[in-house]
Design a protein around this ligand. Structure first.
Ligand SMILES: *[C@@H]1O[C@H](CO)[C@@H](O)[C@H](O)[C@H]1NC(C)=O
Ligand SMILES: *[C@@H]1O[C@H](CO)[C@@H](O)[C@H](O)[C@H]1NC(C)=O
Ligand SMILES: *[C@@H]1O[C@H](CO)[C@@H](O)[C@H](O)[C@H]1NC(C)=O
Ligand SMILES: *[C@@H]1O[C@H](CO)[C@@H](O)[C@H](O)[C@H]1NC(C)=O
Ligand SMILES: *[C@@H]1O[C@H](CO)[C@@H](O)[C@H](O)[C@H]1NC(C)=O
Ligand SMILES: *[C@@H]1O[C@H](CO)[C@@H](O)[C@H](O)[C@H]1NC(C)=O
Ligand SMILES: *[C@@H]1O[C@H](CO)[C@@H](O)[C@H](O)[C@H]1NC(C)=O
Length: 477
């Protein structure tokens, strides 16, 4: 405390408004907070960190390159930006940032972090923390609890760690996340399914480049919101050279996604998974050029109405004349060209045609392509769902037509209701319809709901509201 007193005396001598403002700031900065039991031990480093030169600049508290082994025990409560980068901190302990209720930016890059203990962000600014830089550390696993208290996080830097595993869904509660950088790690897979349109509406950048991803869950990736696909970086991984993967990147290239424009050369794949067979597949695509992109863009899961014909392609990397194909149907029937003389027809190019789909044809169709000449083989699967036949063969047209007719009728009723009813006072609009409505009871509900949706343009907001509120509750459990 003598320290603080010394400063006050010094500043009393200087008599100018600027100096006074500086004095107030300095006092705020020096207003150190609560010596908690947890920190009693840590504060042994107190002298060293202050002597070692932490700098307090208004709302920034910076302790860089000080060989700190722990998060300092005492820090100004006014800190908005805390910079602890380039130290030797090995873990974030329970309550490490206790009392820093203003904290918005936390920089911990270039430390030796291996773990974030549960409760590390207890009694700190919580959802106010927006930027966190944990890059260039020694993290190996992303654990489920790591960012639990930090639902306000917008930017998360985790590149250049040793992360090989993502446990559970550590990003699940981060509903405000905009950018996540996970490149230069050792990930072999990533839970794309845990990031969906509604769970992370603002996420527009996910960097997974320079990892060890070998196979991409294409279905999960294609299910991501378009805005996120646009900001997905996947170059310099250990992807296997496969037509479906190739067609995904080609389609992104056609859409001129920045990840493809700026890192075109770094998109590599391994021929048969062999690291020595690394190919820059967008630049020198000869190996994958044979992929019939129009054939492989067909989905791995298809829905068809009963009675319709369906053509399935065996979309593998193999091509040439010496390829033989074999399909296995869900009823475990193996099919070779020209088919089974009945429900299935097969072409020598590998395509399988279900002549007239029946509900019992639903299931996984598995194809094996074999290159006898080069002793290679590859497989492909399609998940076929046959929907029940409706009695009417022109069902799609009729559904559309009835919907349209319904809409027109409702609209006419609404207009009649609004303009033909003698209504002089506003409360009439709210009055229950039975008194004035048309005899047709069936249409009444439709008209009422159409009217309410026209008069109150709020539903989109109200569907979003609860969604936002539910999430903190969920992870709070
Ligand atoms: C810190 O958080 C715990 C629960 O996590 C709470 O019980 C305690 O009262 C808080 N302390 C302060 C000083 O806010
Ligand atoms: C590609 O990834 C490897 C390891 O995964 C890394 O050593 C290398 O620096 C990366 N290359 C680039 C250009 O980032
Ligand atoms: C690719 O597949 C489509 C059918 O999906 C076919 O019409 C086209 O001829 C094929 N192209 C090549 C080069 O095989
Ligand atoms: C193929 O089907 C036809 C009639 O559908 C039948 O006469 C013929 O014997 C079948 N051939 C084989 C090889 O099953
Ligand atoms: C295979 O041949 C059939 C019939 O000629 C054609 O309909 C189908 O599109 C071809 N498949 C591919 C992948 O080219
Ligand atoms: C497919 O190829 C692998 C090696 O590439 C071989 O071990 C396997 O027996 C082959 N399977 C079939 C069904 O030919
Ligand atoms: C196939 O698709 C259906 C409906 O899309 C889905 O319910 C089912 O789980 C899928 N089967 C497999 C094995 O993926």
């Amino acid at each position: 405390m003598s320290h603080v007193g010394g400063h006050t005396e010094f500043l009393q001598a200087v008599d100018s408004p600027t100096a006074w403002r500086a004095a107030v700031l300095l006092l705020v900065c020096l207003q150190l907070h609560r010596p908690s039991p947890v920190h009693a031990a840590v504060t042994s480093s107190r002298g060293s960190y202050r002597a070692g030169g932490c700098i307090c600049a208004a709302d920034i508290f910076s302790c860089t390159t000080l060989t700190l082994r722990h998060v300092p025990g005492e820090m100004p409560v006014s800190t908005v930006t805390l910079d602890l980068s380039h130290n030797h901190i090995t873990q974030l302990e329970d309550g490490a940032f206790q009392g820093l209720l203003q904290l918005e930016t936390l920089r911990l890059a270039h430390n030796q972090l291996t773990a974030i203990m549960p409760g590390a962000f207890r009694n700190s600014s919580g959802a106010q923390l927006r930027n966190m830089d944990l890059s260039s550390n020694h993290l190996c696993v992303l654990e489920e609890h790591y960012f639990q208290e930090l639902s306000g996080l917008e930017e998360l830097l985790l590149f250049n760690n040793r992360i090989s595993r993502v446990e559970g869904r550590p990003l699940a509660g981060l509903t405000n996340l905009r950018k996540a950088y996970l490149s230069h790690n050792r990930l072999t897979d990533f839970p794309f399914f845990s990031i969906q349109k509604h769970s992370h509406p603002h996420l527009s950048l996910l960097d997974l480049s320079s990892n060890r991803l070998s196979k991409l869950p294409l279905e999960d990736i294609l299910a991501l919101p378009h805005s996120l696909q646009k900001g997905l970086y996947l170059h310099n991984n250990s992807l296997w050279c496969e037509c479906p993967m190739y067609s995904l990147f080609r389609s992104w290239e056609q859409q001129e996604f920045e990840s493809l424009l700026f890192f075109r050369q770094e998109h590599v794949c391994l021929v048969y998974g062999n690291p020595r067979g690394t190919v820059r597949f967008l630049q020198h695509g000869r190996y994958l050029e044979k992929c019939n992109l129009s054939a492989v863009t067909q989905k791995r899961s298809v829905t068809v109405t009963a009675g319709k014909a369906l053509l399935l392609h065996c979309a593998t990397t193999l091509s040439g004349h010496a390829i033989t194909f074999l399909w296995v149907s869900p009823s475990l029937e193996s099919v070779l060209p020209p088919g089974n003389n009945g429900s299935l027809k097969m072409f020598s190019n590998g395509s399988l045609e279900i002549m007239a789909a029946r509900e019992k044809d639903t299931g996984i169709y598995w194809c094996l392509a074999e290159d006898r000449q080069h002793h290679r083989n590859d497989t492909w699967e399609v998940n076929v769902t046959v929907l029940a036949d409706s009695n009417d063969p022109q069902e799609p047209f009729n559904t559309g037509f009835t919907t349209l007719l319904g809409c027109v009728v409702s609209l006419v009723l609404v207009l009649m209701y609004l303009y033909l009813t003698p209504c002089r006072c506003p409360p009439c609009l709210k009055a229950p319809p039975p008194a004035t409505a048309t005899p047709s009871l069936g249409n009444e509900a439709g008209a009422g709901s159409a009217q309410s949706s026209i008069l109150t343009p709020t539903p989109p907001a109200s569907t979003e509201g609860p969604g936002r509120k539910v999430i903190p509750k969920l992870y709070g459990r």
